[in-house]
Ligand binder design. Sequence first.
Ligand SMILES: C[S@@+](CC[C@H](N)C(=O)[O-])C[C@H]1O[C@@H](n2cnc3c(N)ncnc32)[C@H](O)[C@@H]1O
Length: 214
Amino acid sequence: MNSDGWLADTCTSYDTVAVSYADQMRDALGGAPYLRAALALFADAVADAGGGPVADMGCGPGHVTAHLHGLGVEAFGIDVSPGMVGVAGREHPELRFEVGSMTDLDLADESLAGALAFWSLVHVPDEVVPVVLSGFGRVLRPGAPLLIGFHVGEGSKLKTEGYGGHPMKVHVHRRRPAQLSTWLRGAGFTVEAEMLLEPEGSAPGAILFARRRA
Ligand SMILES: C[S@@+](CC[C@H](N)C(=O)[O-])C[C@H]1O[C@@H](n2cnc3c(N)ncnc32)[C@H](O)[C@@H]1O
């Protein structure tokens, strides 16, 4: 796939901020009861569907991967940034983390019991999202759950620094849940639930609970 530089820019940006991002996020779930509740529901859905390997797509420093592992999920992480994968491996040496892009997954068909993409699809341009979602559909077993977290809104912004003033060059795409649901249905998923996070705040988010159609 021709990624037109956005993927390379995303990779370089997260390599640059990997250590400071990890410092900021290490304990973030402790203060995020709704995220923890969503992850608990997801862990239950994976177990109810029979269990097995679950990929954290765009795992960053691996704190969500580790939380899922603590809930009994056979979770591993994939991230396009080798810097992030290095940090994740140091922080959670008991878990598996791989360098890879969700635009081109190196996973066998129907090999996953579940997948999660927390605020990582936000960097994928609109025209590539259906490709990524159909890739998730290919690697997930029929009936397997998929959890997607994202920024809610419209339009995109170019983030030029972050996580302590480090230089970045990464586009952040905000989306309406209805738009993402349409893409999910088109890629062979059923959307089962939607959770809005801080809908009245300055940076609203959402989590969609989807399932690969059998
Ligand atoms: C905002 S961070 C989110 C990290 C983590 N999921 C979390 O919830 O804190 C976005 C992550 O997605 C990764 N990422 C962006 N595009 C990706 C792609 N195409 N494939 C794999 N990882 C990607 C970035 O490298 C970065 O680690």
